[in-house]
Design a protein around this ligand. Structure first.
Ligand SMILES: [Zn+2]
Length: 171
C-alpha cells in the first residue's frame, strides 16, 4: 500500500512522519520530503521537550553521525523528532531555529552562577561586572565591621563571577 503525502493536493509518496501534537500521543501524518521540510521549518521542535530530551538532542548534534537510535520504538513526539533529525536531508541541526535555540540554552552551572549573583539569566558581561563589584562591596569584611560572617557568601560570589566571566566572556 502506497501512502500519499497528507499535504493538500500533493500526490507524492508520504514517507516522513510529522507529529500532530507536541505531546506523547502517537498521532502523526505522513508527508513527502518537500512537505516535511516545509513542516519542519514551521515547527518549534524544542517547545515542550523535557530537559533531558533537549540535552540529549544537543549532544547528538556533535555525535549524531555515529549515533545509534537509542530511543524506544514508540512513535511519540520525541521519537518522530529524532528520526527526522537523523535524516540528513532534513537538516534540522543546521536550521537557524536550532542554532538560535542552542545559543539561548544555558547550563545548570551557569544558572546557579546567575542565581548566586542575583542576576537574570540573560545578563551581559558589563552588567555582571557591575553586579560583582556591588556584591563584593556589600559583603566584604571591611564593610561589615571586620566580621567574616559573609566570607562563604563572598567566596561563592567570586566563584560564580569567574564561572560567568569564562563562559559569557567568550560569547
Ligand atoms: Zn507532499
Amino acid at each position: 500500500m502506497k501512502i500519499i503525502c497528507d499535504w493538500e493536493n500533493c500526490k507524492e509518496l508520504g514517507k516522513y512522519k510529522a507529529p500532530l501534537e507536541k505531546d506523547n500521543s502517537k498521532k502523526y501524518r505522513l508527508l513527502c520530503l518537500e512537505h516535511i521540510r516545509l513542516f519542519n521549518k514551521k515547527w518549534n521542535y524544542f517547545e515542550n521537550m523535557s530537559q533531558d530530551e533537549i540535552e540529549y538532542f544537543i549532544k547528538s548534534d556533535i555525535t549524531w553521525h555515529k549515533s545509534t537510535k537509542s530511543f524506544s520504538s514508540s512513535d511519540n513526539f520525541f521519537n518522530i523528532l529524532w528520526s527526522n533529525a537523523l535524516e540528513d536531508k532534513l537538516n534540522i541541526f543546521n536550521s537557524s531555529d536550532f542554532k538560535n535555540f542552542k545559543k539561548s540554552k544555558i547550563s545548570q552551572a551557569e544558572k546557579d552562577a546567575f542565581d548566586i549573583m542575583e542576576l537574570n539569566y540573560d545578563a551581559k558581561m558589563d552588567e555582571i561586572q557591575k553586579k560583582f563589584k556591588l556584591l563584593v562591596k556589600k559583603y566584604h569584611p571591611d564593610k561589615n565591621n571586620g566580621s567574616k560572617k559573609y566570607e562563604d557568601k563572598l567566596k561563592k560570589i567570586t566563584l560564580a563571577y569567574s564561572e560567568l566571566r569564562t563562559r559569557i566572556g567568550k560569547r
